[in-house]
Design a protein. Structure first.
Length: 453
């Protein structure tokens, strides 16, 4: 029995059990992983996970449950869903599950077959190419993981939705440790792609090793610098952009009154140099698919266009409350790991936030800055999306003085307010990278401070 047959049977069984509406979301996740320990592959994992999640609805009471259907039947799943709904409080905001819509594109449009067909031995080869490019007399790779996933989804509901999608995604995370005498340094590199063979593992490995050595050379900051231009590597900028935009442009946060951008559609909320699109059909983003995880077609939704807030992103639940059309933003999985998606009822989330690049090379961008810092690695890049404030520990950075990269620094805080930073000219390069749910270039913000420790 294929996935569409299973989800159809779940819906039919739920309707017979008295559901006013029902939704079945099924996923098959095939994942191959290689784990590096002390510069060698210690663990290899090749697994397949299948499961189905059920929304059983009684009027405005919504029950959610899930199962792998290994040790229980569809009838067991439905009965539990009915029980969950019957004991749930009424959700007065619930209107309806989504109706079917025409879905453009092929089911496997975002599936790279060479990646899905690659065996575990290929992942070992790629991971070791990275490791061997990093390791030297003074550098080791204590740990790392390279993971390749094929995600297949099928969504059916009682209003006639019956659709599915396939996609591939690759995620890698590696740390390097350098040591000279009693000095110790760290390097961290991540890689993301839908195509395993598009990743330059040798280049990333060399960068990882160099980064670890650079930290040894870095000096601790012991002073405060005000009104600094902070240029963030794509890996760090992506986390801060995602934290802010993923919260403030969410229709769910608008509906509950938490978004600082509530009732701001059409307002200037950033400098004209900033444009961001939530693109569920991105050719490079890892969250792309022909439909979202409730069967709504993915689309490209302009969020900020030349500084103007153009739209929020919507799932059907939040769209109906605002009398809007859903934008295909109900999501149950993440960009790191496909497993466990069927256990979630879903959330209103961004797909791929694409930040518009400029025509400047990295060197041209640096040469245009008199006083700044280029941050390659924070301890943990964060932004408070309610206030916009951030205070991130710098682990690996380089000062920018009179248009040149100079002193390597560490042990300092980069402090500022992201909402205020967005109102000033945004600097960017012409090369974009995929990181988590963002596709963006190196990006620079005016008006930050560096506080030495």
């Amino acid at each position: 029995m294929d996935m569409s047959d299973i989800t159809s049977r779940v819906i039919q069984t739920a309707e017979k059990a008295g559901a006013s509406q029902a939704e079945a979301f099924m996923v098959r996740a095939t994942t191959k992983s290689v784990y590096i320990d002390d510069s060698i592959p210690k663990v290899m994992d090749d697994k397949v996970e299948m499961g189905v999640g059920l929304k059983f609805i009684l009027g405005k009471r919504i029950g959610f449950t899930c199962s792998t259907l290994v040790s229980e039947t569809i009838d067991d799943l439905v009965e539990r869903g009915k029980t969950m709904a019957s004991i749930s409080s009424e959700d007065e905001k619930f209107e309806s599950l989504p109706a079917p819509k025409k879905t453009p594109g092929k089911r496997d449009q975002f599936c790279d077959r060479t990646t899905s067909n690659a065996g575990i031995e290929t992942l070992v080869e790629k991971a070791m190419l990275l490791v061997e490019s990093s390791v030297s007399d003074n550098v080791s790779v204590p740990n790392g993981v390279l993971r390749s996933s094929l995600l297949e989804t099928e969504i059916s509901n009682s209003l006639g939705v019956s659709v599915g999608s396939m996609s591939t995604m690759v995620f890698g995370f590696f740390t390097a440790k350098s040591k000279i005498g009693d000095k110790v340094g760290e390097g961290v590199q991540r890689c993301w792609s839908r195509n395993l063979f598009d990743i330059d593992f040798e280049k990333i490995g060399k960068k990882l090793g160099t980064q670890a050595i650079d930290v040894l050379k870095a000096k601790s900051m012991d002073k405060k610098l005000e009104d600094v231009v902070a240029v963030l590597a794509p890996s760090e900028g992506s986390e801060m952009i995602y934290a802010l935009v993923g919260f403030s442009a969410s229709a769910n946060q608008v509906n509950v009154g938490s978004s600082p951008w509530k009732d701001r559609i059409g307002d200037v909320i950033a400098h004209e140099s900033l444009s961001i699109v939530d693109n569920g059909l991105s050719e490079t983003g890892l969250m792309s698919g022909i439909v979202d995880d409730e069967g709504i077609p993915r689309q490209s939704t302009p969020i900020i266009s030349k500084g103007v807030l153009k739209s929020y992103f919507y799932d059907s639940y939040n769209a109906y409350q605002l009398d809007m059309e859903p934008t295909g933003n109900l999501t149950r999985h993440n960009a790191r790991d496909a497993h466990g998606a069927f256990r979630s009822s879903g959330s209103c989330s961004v797909t791929n936030l694409e930040v518009e690049a400029s025509s400047k090379s990295f060197d041209d961008l640096i040469s245009s800055i008199d006083k700044g810092i280029y941050v390659e690695h924070f301890a943990w890049p964060q932004v408070d999306p309610m206030s916009g404030r951030f205070s991130n520990e710098i682990r690996n950075a380089q000062l920018i003085e009179n248009g040149e990269l100079t002193t390597k620094v560490k042990h300092a805080l980069l402090v500022g307010n992201m909402y205020e930073c967005l109102k000033k000219e945004i600097l960017s390069t012409n090369e974009v990278e995929v990181h988590n749910r963002c596709v963006l270039p190196a990006i620079g913000f005016h008006g930050t401070e560096i506080i030495g420790q």
